[in-house]
Structure formats: structure tokens, C-alpha cells
Design a protein around this ligand. Structure first.
Ligand SMILES: CCCCCCCCCCCCC/C=C/C(=O)SCCNC(=O)CCNC(=O)[C@H](O)C(C)(C)COP(=O)(O)OP(=O)(O)OC[C@H]1O[C@@H](n2cnc3c(N)ncnc32)[C@H](O)[C@@H]1OP(=O)(O)O
Length: 303
């Protein structure tokens, strides 16, 4: 609860959307003399750890919530706090998001947050999902997803919010918005985010069929930008980051805002209604039943 209270306070202070403005980070000086004195800093919470390299201005966020980095309310809260801290540190210009777990980038939303929960809990959870998306999709930082494992549904959404996606070329890994396979529906802003990346027709088919793509297939449709062997993932992410950071920050940020603002505005203008829709949809008996069957299937598959 303390974390959630901390997040609420931070959000009230900084606002949800960090739009590029005259106070964009280009050319600004880090306010923290402590940070400036350090070349690297490390912050760790239970589900996220962040390594920040002061000399490059690039932070690497490691998701480390076993078994599958599912996006629970606690995970999302920690994630948003970490993101907000980096966003407020003017010396941090780029963020690489990756997983510390073998085989899984993120299993997406934690199904247990949506199954057998009260409408109030579901509403609180959904607000945290919205907030993660808003913060990432409108971040002033250059964001790179270094996808080192499977990344279904919410995990795919998290990757799609980044400026650039690099995935490990392992055919056992998959990525996509597979919600319909669970008997649920990807909300309009999941759909918009994917359509902005791969286009309307591919999104329509991918969402309807709940498609999960191999890295090679994902590259072919533009769902990821590059595929690389596992051992080259982080060096490739750093190279991509350097390329993006070489562009004048104000020009890059304004361009990002221009491309993404209509989608962000559409979501923020419907934010409350979206929470209500989610709660009434997810608490329906038929949907709860679908989630139960899916959870059982996951357990059986393991056995
Ligand atoms: C009129 C229209 C109105 C529309 C209104 C719309 C409103 C909105 C509707 C709702 C929208 C919701 C959007 C949802 C988004 C999501 O993200 S849903 C989650 C989808 N995720 C998945 O389908 C992934 C499922 N998991 C896997 O496929 C695999 O686990 C894996 C990620 C590929 C990893 O495989 P492996 O390493 O083999 O691990 P497992 O053995 O399968 O799993 C280990 C344990 O983890 C549990 N688990 C897995 N995923 C999740 C998860 N997402 N949430 C919670 N728990 C998960 C799994 O059950 C295992 O548990 P144990 O058996 O207890 O160990």
C-alpha cells in the first residue's frame, strides 16, 4: 500500500503525460550532484532493478519477477515508480527494458488479478495497466525493448510502447496480442498501439485470431524491428540506443509526440469509461469462466 501511495503522490506531482516542451531534456543539466558524481547507479526493488550509466545517460531496467514477469498490481506499481524516477532525472535520456528471467520477457497481465477479484480490485488493477501504458507510450526518453523471451498480450503491449524492439531469434519464443485465445478482448488502446506499428489489416487478423508470432514472423510483419542471437541482444540494443540518441532530443521528442499524441489523447479522454468497461467485462460469469479454463490449461500444459 505504501508503494501505491508513493506512486499516487508522484503522479500527482508530475502529471501522467510528459509531453515534450521548452523544458525538454535536450541540453539540460542534471540537478542531482550526487548522481552527477557517480558514473553508474543501481536501484533495486523486489520486482525491478535499474542500472543507470551516467556516462551514456542510458538506464537498463531488468524485470525480475518470477516465474514469468506477469504484470500484477504490485509489479506495475514498482515499474511505474522506477519509470517516473528515470523520467524525472534529466540526465537519463534512454531506457532499455529487458528481463532477468530465462525464456520469458513478460507473460502479460497477471491473470490472477483478473480472476475471482472484486470489481474494486479489478478497477484498481486496470488503472495501473493504463498508467504503465501512458507513461511508456509518452515517455520523453528513447525506449528500447530488448525482448529476451516470450512476450504475449500485455508483454507485447509493453514492447509496442517502446520506440524500438529487438528480439532474441529463438523460435521457442513468441510475441503477440493473444487475448482472444483467453476468451477476452484487447481494449481499443492495445489495438491502436499495434495498428500504429504494423497497420490495420495485420492488426485486425492478429487480434481476431489471437496470433502469437515467432521472432522471424514478428520481424516480417514489423512487430519487432530486429532479431539477433541471444548473446548480441544487449550490444545491439545499445547500438540502436546510440543511433536514436544522436538525433537532437527536442526534434525527436516533438516527432514522437506528433506521432503518438492522437492515440494518447483518445485513451486519456476515455480513461474512466475504459475502467468501467473493463470491470463490467472482466467480472462477467462467462469471462471468468474463460479465464478459469485458460488457467487450468496453463497448469495442465506444465504437468
Ligand atoms: C464490446 C466490447 C467490450 C470490450 C471491453 C474490453 C475490456 C478489456 C477486456 C480485458 C482485457 C485484458 C487484456 C489482457 C491482457 C493480458 O496480458 S492477459 C495475459 C495473457 N498471457 C498469456 O496468455 C500468457 C500465458 N503464459 C504462457 O503462455 C507461459 O506461461 C509463458 C509466458 C510462455 C511461459 O511459459 P513457461 O516458462 O513454460 O511457464 P509456465 O509453466 O507456463 O508458467 C509458470 C507459472 O506462471 C503462471 N502464469 C503464466 N502466465 C501467467 C499470467 N499471465 N498471469 C498469471 N500467471 C501466469 C502459470 O500458470 C504457472 O503457474 P504455476 O503452475 O502455479 O507455477
Amino acid at each position: 500500500m505504501a508503494l501505491r501511495a508513493a506512486l499516487r503522490t508522484k503522479c500527482a506531482l508530475s502529471g501522467f503525460l510528459s509531453q515534450p516542451s521548452s523544458s525538454s531534456r535536450h541540453g539540460r543539466v542534471c540537478a542531482s550532484t550526487v548522481l552527477a558524481a557517480q558514473q553508474r547507479s543501481n536501484s533495486t526493488s523486489s520486482k525491478i532493478s535499474v542500472d543507470f550509466d551516467q556516462s551514456t545517460g542510458v538506464a537498463v531496467m531488468h524485470m525480475k519477477s518470477p516465474p514469468v514477469n506477469s504484470l500484477s498490481l504490485d509489479f506495475l506499481t514498482e515499474f511505474c515508480i522506477s519509470l517516473e524516477k528515470l523520467e524525472m532525472d534529466k540526465s537519463c535520456r534512454g531506457l532499455i527494458i529487458t528481463s532477468s528471467l530465462p525464456k520469458v520477457f513478460s507473460a502479460g497481465l497477471d491473470i490472477l488479478e483478473m480472476y475471482g477479484k472484486s470489481p474494486e480490485s479489478c478497477g484498481e488493477f486496470w488503472k495501473a495497466v493504463q498508467e504503465m501504458w501512458l507513461k511508456l507510450y509518452s515517455s520523453n526518453m528513447v525506449t528500447v525493448a530488448a525482448i529476451n523471451g516470450s512476450s504475449p498480450a500485455g508483454g507485447c503491449l509493453m514492447s509496442l510502447t517502446c520506440d524500438y524492439r529487438i528480439m532474441v531469434d529463438n523460435p521457442r519464443y513468441s510475441i503477440g496480442l493473444n487475448e482472444t485465445q483467453l476468451g477476452i478482448v484487447a481494449p481499443f488502446w492495445f489495438k491502436d498501439t499495434m495498428a500504429n506499428t504494423v497497420g490495420h489489416r495485420i492488426t485486425e487478423m492478429a487480434l481476431a485470431l489471437g496470433m502469437l508470432y515467432s521472432p522471424a514472423e514478428a520481424l516480417k510483419i514489423g512487430l519487432v524491428d530486429q532479431i539477433v542471437p541471444e548473446e548480441k541482444l544487449m550490444s545491439t540494443a545499445e547500438q540502436a540506443m546510440a543511433k536514436w540518441l544522436a538525433i537532437p532530443a527536442h526534434a525527436r521528442q516533438l516527432t514522437k509526440s506528433m506521432m503518438r499524441k492522437p492515440t494518447v489523447d483518445r485513451m486519456t479522454s476515455k480513461r474512466e469509461a475504459d475502467v468501467q468497461n473493463f470491470v463490467s467485462f472482466i467480472t462477467k460469469d462467462a469471462i471468468q469462466n474463460s479465464l478459469r479454463v485458460y488457467l487450468e490449461m496453463l497448469k495442465k500444459r506444465k504437468a
